[in-house]
Design a protein around this ligand. Structure first.
Ligand code: FAD
Ligand code: NAI
Length: 467
């Protein structure tokens, strides 16, 4: 470090953006510290986000397969089965403990110092944490995001009646009726968990379709599949208030365009209408920083803010709020701080909804691609994929969108049991500037779900085999 400062770099926040940036900076020889106010490292993702939600999604899916009779149809008969919710929560807590402890180990291994507490700037080169001052040449702000509140709706996770995603991960019993406000990623993932475990689930969505931002076909098909699974959707509907009385909640809803209101009774209400950047209590003004209209910290292509030496990554900056986007930005940003060139392609960031089946996409939606110019589209149904059919997973499709003139792939969308795994291949192809023909001429192992991607690419040329 410069003799004047305690560290070369202090990272604020130890989520996927911050902890990864801190480790990479230390690997590059920078004297690095990372401030985290939580009891454990790993941020939203490891503590109350990606990891615990996937632990509950995996376990609840296994329960559902057994309880719904799907396993019996395969000849796997379970005479006496029951739900042990406490054990299910236990394995969730174990998954979180193992992974957050792993980050602590990695910090020690890479000599990243963990400063425990909440950081606030006192100048562009200094922060205060728990009454102590720390100085550095560089700061990376990676403070992440938290739940957007809904005016007039008070979340109380401890009570377990009106909850946010954190509360919805740890409900002590399966609610009879769960009402989800917001048909986005969290609503559908956590709604799926409790539906599989026996709850009736109603999703109230302000827009006329679920999963905003995703490809139009995908949104329609997902809606159909979830309805078949028992989800009830109230689209184009807004919640105007939630009243809690004893152990019940009453929601008042009305058409988004205005009109007569009605009430819905629930034992549990999940508020999942989006997340907003965390900048409260950071005293950004002391460092000479401001936030944009959406509360985000604006950055340039090298992750630099308007103040030299202060950088920012992850959910607190513009772009999709995804863990892998935060991680890749963290690595690239640390490389810039170290004087190297960091690389991340913001046009090729996959997104996955971990429902059953999974929903995944990378690149442009058909609507966005069309708006930019002439395109070709190839679609292949999972029903015609031998592996999906054999596994009794007929729902979904793969869609490849390419440029009409150059055939370069512009976007891939997919609903399939293993869509999250399949989309990695599409992202890699796009990263290498592949055409749909390149994918069509790549040999794919048989029988795999991935053959559906090859066939969708063949469909772009108008010549799929199995359809
Ligand atoms: P965060 O992970 O939010 O970490 C920021 C950290 O900074 C926090 O630990 C916070 O305590 C700390 N902090 C904030 N301010 C200060 C301060 N002033 N001083 C000290 N510390 C501070 N994304 C995916 O890609 N895949 C998924 O499957 C997925 N599932 C999700 C499920 C749920 C229920 C939720 C809520 C989110 C999910 N996400 C998922 C989103 C993902 O969690 C975020 O995109 C990711 O965590 C962002 O990383 P980050 O490092 O920017 O911020
Ligand atoms: P979201 O932005 O995905 O969905 C919010 C939904 O709520 C939208 O459909 C929106 O139209 C609707 N909405 C907004 N205001 C409303 C209102 N007043 N009444 C009814 N509906 C309303 O946000 P969500 O689900 O809260 O997730 C937050 C973020 O966390 C996501 O953007 C995503 O980036 C991240 N995440 C990612 C996951 C993944 O990658 N698998 C899983 C979970 C979260």
């Amino acid at each position: 470090a410069d003799d004047n400062y305690d560290y070369d770099l202090i990272v604020i926040g130890a989520g996927p953006g911050g902890y990864v940036a801190a480790i990479r900076a230390a690997q590059l020889g920078l004297k690095t510290a990372c401030v985290e106010s939580r009891e454990t490292l790993g941020g939203t993702c490891l503590n109350v986000g990606c990891i615990p939600s996937k632990a509950m999604l995996h376990a609840s899916e296994l329960y559902n397969e057994a309880a719904s009779g799907a396993l019996a149809k395969l000849g796997v008969k379970i005479d006496k089965m029951s739900l042990d919710l406490e054990t299910m929560h236990g394995q969730r807590r174990d998954a979180v403990k193992g992974l957050t402890g792993g980050i602590e180990f990695l910090f020690k291994k890479n000599k990243v110092e963990w400063i425990k507490g909440h950081a606030a700037f006192t100048s562009a080169n200094a922060i205060e944490v728990a009454g102590k001052s720390y100085t550095a040449d560089n700061f990376i702000i990676a403070t992440g995001s938290s739940v957007t509140p809904l005016p007039g709706v008070e979340v109380d996770n401890a009570k377990g009646i009106v909850v946010d995603s954190t509360g919805a991960l740890e409900l002590p019993k399966v609610p009879d009726h769960l009402v989800v406000i917001g048909g986005g990623v969290i609503g559908l993932e956590l709604g799926s968990v409790w539906r599989r475990l026996g709850a009736k689930v109603t999703v109230v969505e302000y827009l006329d379709q679920i999963l905003p931002g995703m490809d139009g076909d995908v949104r329609k098909e997902a809606n159909k599949i979830f309805k078949k699974q028992g989800f009830e959707f109230k689209l184009s509907t807004k919640v105007t208030g939630v009243q809690v009385k004893g152990k019940k909640a009453t929601l008042t809803v009305e058409p988004a365009a205005g009109g007569a209101s009605e009430t819905i009774e629930a034992d549990c209400v999940l508020v999942s209408i989006g997340r907003r950047p965390n900048t409260d209590g950071l005293a950004l003004d002391k460092a000479g920083l401001t936030v944009n209209k959406r509360g985000q910290i604006d950055i340039d292509h090298e992750f630099g803010t308007s103040v030299p030496g202060i950088w920012a990554v992850g959910d607190v900056v513009p772009g999709p709020m995804l863990a892998h986007k935060a991680e890749d930005e963290g690595i690239a940003c640390a490389e810039y701080v170290a004087g190297l060139t960091g690389i991340i392609n913001h046009d090729v960031i996959p997104s996955v909804v971990y429902t059953w089946p999974e929903i995944a996409g990378v690149g442009l939606t058909e609507e966005a691609a069309k708006a930019k110019g002439e395109i070709k589209v190839g679609k292949f149904p999972m029903m015609a994929n031998s592996r999906a059919k054999t596994n009794h997973e007929p729902d979904g499709f793969v869609k490849v969108i390419s440029d009409a003139a150059t055939d370069r792939v512009l976007g891939v969308w997919c609903i399939a049991s293993v869509a999250g795994t399949m989309i990695a291949e599409a992202a890699l192809a796009m990263e290498f500037g592949a055409t749909s023909e390149d994918i069509a001429y790549t040999c794919h192992a048989h029988p795999t779900h991935s053959e559906a991607l090859k066939e969708a690419a063949m469909a772009v040329q108008g010549k799929p085999i199995h359809m």
